[in-house]
Design a protein around this ligand. Structure first.
Ligand code: E4P
Length: 286
């Protein structure tokens, strides 16, 4: 089922269904009516399709669930990518020329080898950014990048030439991530050109006293209005509250550093609680 339909009505679900059913990949529509979750297996779908398609969702204020929120790590550091992968929650990687330079990766061959090394670690999409600014250069680079591995997603900047490149790649079935998104208009244009992902930079907007999360929400609304399949990849994530806020508004993906993922698991009451449990155990078992 298309992602746009998933956004509108929910679909094959691996959550809120007993484990035995998720293993069997039982599909259906899921969502929430008046605060109560529901799940309707596919065989009842045909009866409901008409109503869902005719705006039943809006009428009854049904909130759809996304199938998952993807976590990407925003780095070119192999050790950090490996660590995030071992945590078991990693869905992909985003890189950019600054992150590659930070790791000291220079020269075309080294850059290509490094992307391959990243792809060998993760199960998921790996965004590799072009550095050309003209259409022909972007196309040439993108086509070389996707030869590295099936996981590669060509990252294209939001420029006039970039929009043309998005259209070209989407026509070829090559996945793209439109980067440097700072407005809803840019996101709309990228979706119309067939981008697989758009990357609005939440942190960099916050840096200039503009609400980055509000932009994510605005883009999601626009995409839902028209059923665009482009996924909203919240980028430039700086801290745990960004992640939580992205999850609250329903961003499809967030990309941030390992430190942010690790910070999600921390709470002082967890630490002191565990310390006390272990101390009490030691008293009775030493
Ligand atoms: C997006 O893909 C970019 O690589 C990244 O998220 C930018 O983040 P920054 O603003 O922390 O550099």
């Amino acid at each position: 089922m298309s992602l746009s339909l998933q956004r509108q009505i929910g679909t094959t679900s691996s959550f809120r269904i007993p484990q035995v059913l998720t293993e069997a990949r039982v599909g259906g529509r899921c969502g929430e009516i008046l605060g109560l979750p529901f799940f309707v297996p596919f065989y009842f779908n045909s009866l409901l399709s008409f109503w869902f398609d005719q705006g039943f969702l809006l009428l009854w204020n049904i909130k759809p669930y996304n199938p998952d929120m993807k976590f990407f790590i925003d780095t070119a550091n192999l050790k950090e990518i490996q660590e995030a992968y071992e945590l078991g929650v990693l869905d992909g990687v985003t890189t950019n020329p600054s992150l590659m330079a930070k790791e000291g990766i220079t020269g075309k061959d080294n850059i290509m080898r490094h992307y391959k090394a990243i792809c060998d670690i993760v199960d998921g999409d790996v965004s590799a950014e072009v550095v050309s600014v003209d259409l022909a250069g972007m196309i040439r680079e993108g086509e070389e990048l996707v030869e590295i591995d099936d996981k590669i997603v060509v990252k294209i900047p939001m420029t006039k030439e970039g929009v043309k490149a998005l259209k070209y790649f989407s026509g070829k079935g090559i996945r793209t991530n439109c980067t440097l998104i700072f407005s809803a208009g840019q996101a709309l244009l990228a979706a119309k050109a067939g981008a697989t992902y758009v990357s609005p930079f939440v942190g960099r907007l916050d840096d200039i006293s503009t609400d980055g999360i509000a932009l994510i929400e605005q883009i999601l609304t626009i995409y839902r209005n028209y059923g665009f399949e482009t996924q909203v990849l919240a980028a430039s994530i700086r801290h745990t509250m960004h992640v939580i806020q992205c999850a609250e508004v329903g961003a499809d993906v967030m990309t941030g550093p390992l430190s942010v993922m690790e910070a999600l698991l921390k709470h002082p009451l967890t630490d002191s609680g565990l310390e006390k449990f272990l101390a009490d155990y030691a008293k009775g078992n030493s």
